[in-house]
Design a protein around this ligand. Sequence first.
Ligand SMILES: CC(C)=CCC[C@@H](C)[C@H]1CC[C@@]2(C)C3=C(CC[C@]12C)[C@@]1(C)CC[C@H](O)C(C)(C)[C@@H]1CC3
Length: 738
Amino acid sequence: MTRPNGAQKRSNTSIKDQAVLSPQEHHEKTDYSRWRLRDDHGTHTWHYLETDEEIKAWPQTTADKYFLGMETGLPNLPPARKPLESIRNGLSFFSALQLEPGNWACEYGGPMFLLPGLVITWYVTETPIHEAFKTEMKNYLFARQHPEDGGWGLHIEGDSSVFGTAMNYTTLRLLGADPEDPRLIKARQTLWKLGGALNGPHWAKFWLSVLGVLEWEVVNPVPPEIWLLPDWVPIAPWRWWIHIRMVFLPMSYIYSKKWSYPLNDLTRQLRSELLTQPFETIKFDNHRNTISPLDNYHPKSWFLNVINWFLVYVWFPILRPASLAKKGEDWVWWLVRAEDDNTSFSNLGPVNGPLNALVCYIHDGPSSYNFREHLKTLPEFLWVKDEGMLMNGTNGVQVWDTAFLIQAVHDAGLAEDPKWKPMLLKALEFLEDQQISEECRDQQKCYRQQRKGAWGFSTKKQGYTVSDCTSEGLKAVMLLQNLPGYPKLVSERRQKDAIDVLLTMQNKSGGCASYEPTRGSELLEYLNAAEVFGRIMVEYDYPECTTAVVTALHMFSKHFPDYRKDEIAAFKNRAIDYIRRAQRPDGSWYGSWGICFTYAGMFALESLACVGETYANSERVRRACQFFLDRQMEDGGWGETYRSCETGVYCQHPQSQVVQTSWVVIALLEAGYPERGPLERALRMVVGRQQKNGEWKQEAIEGVFNKSCMISYPNYKFIFPIKALGMFAKRFGDVELI
Ligand SMILES: CC(C)=CCC[C@@H](C)[C@H]1CC[C@@]2(C)C3=C(CC[C@]12C)[C@@]1(C)CC[C@H](O)C(C)(C)[C@@H]1CC3
């Protein structure tokens, strides 16, 4: 697996100069004992150490080794028979993964369309890539190539698609893979069978046009002038879901400029590798709407097709005044800069990060301050694991996983145990450090939600409030700070600031969305141009987010009964009503951020429990429990595949899953389900899967977004079994399970 020390040389040459490497190179691995994760106030970056002095000065930690899939040396523990023994073993392993600032981290992979955007951005801006990064990125892409057909899907478990295959093939080539490598030949064959890059979705066509491999005529329009629409217009972009508007913002600038990288030998070759007919014979505007059925999860509406037709054949060539184009571009540029400033160049996510970087490059040039700052923050999305280097779905999971771990240990009744107190104290210090303390620059002008007092999903630096991240962060803080022996690090005022933010987040329906309350009609889905995702245009109500907010308000009002009392009570009532309405006739709830019914059911039943609605007194809760009981598997576990998210119908996984089983156990315990039997059988399976050193191994992917794309939450396999076992022991005692 490793190369001799020092054999990996640093390279500062542009990736352009190394387009073709020898076939042997493809099997290279870096020396894994040289990788280190730095965590600076939650900001993660991976480093490859060059010299022996560096290695001595910066030893590899247990967490580094675990992330890299190396032997951690953590000891075998006495076998667990009872819930609390299993929790202790789990915590003894998981506590060794806590990082210096107090947070947990992990790979946050799954989506297979992120790394291509970054590598294309680096390539077209002629940014040198560290040799070790290149090697491991190639390794990851090869490791995730589907063995049967050589392609890639939208996400790691998804079937091969044009988006996945064209983008990752291109990425491998930009990173120096040889087109005659048998794995690339196989990928090409699959891509051609699927119709080649012309059958890709909008975002594939966009990136390949930036790279200069396709012509801009193949890209459906993204006019910057849409940002000039007055706010009252029902389709104005400030109403869109924030991820879509922050992606279409920089995209519109680049589209308007029709900026492309000049053709070179490699991109010329890519034209023949990615296309099924000679480039010169293609009439690109005829292919704006061609798309393989495998990519077409959400077909474009006829309405959008008409608008696109008008934009392509009338607006852009005939009507568009140059002054309006300029005004649109200028305003978009202003908004891009505001986003960069408000996130210290971290940006909202892994798609708009590279796009904003490219906008700064185009607008300000390669040596500009803005572009250079982007180059510093882009690596914060990267992660190294045993399979190689990937791009995470966010710049980390810091606040989210840390808040959940605190709650799990608390719910297991172990927060005052001297053994775990130092760990929890550090976790609390981390959350204190990560609470957002100021509003954005030009908050109104850039349509940002109130955020002072909030927590985000990853870091304070990224700076976006999320309804449930603020809630889970606040709950974790309140749980610890109200125990004897924990300092009050987050003051009363700051807890109230968090509540003030939460109180801005409710929709008219009573439910809560993710980053902002819903600002536009669901009809905006008729303008969904991305093809590969569903439900992306506006915010929706989510049982998960709503529950987090309700339970945070509930806990807060126990400690501060007078603060905004009536508003909190009204908020709670309306939210619980929404949860009740969102239940399906079969007793389940559809989950949008975890797979799928098992995830949402856990939250919804927690909501109902917090207003005293349980198995004993509610037909609704009994129906929800029955839904789960009907699906318990032979071995006592539950298992649901990601197809549930795509189809909206519960899809049975052939294997039970530790994480989903824990979710259901938590759900049934929240519901006050009276019988011990099904819970015991479930937890027996969970404890049976625990390894001798206390860890649980990775199973199927846990998370989802936009209905079609899955994403990994590797720490869930620690957090949720601990919580489920702890809640069970509290209720039924620390009984022998095995
Ligand atoms: C289509 C685009 C722009 C893709 C980039 C990926 C992002 C959209 C995804 C990656 C991680 C992601 C699923 C996330 C969320 C939203 C969408 C994200 C950011 C949120 C914050 C929504 C609310 C959820 O309850 C929860 C907090 C779990 C997630 C966390 C990750």
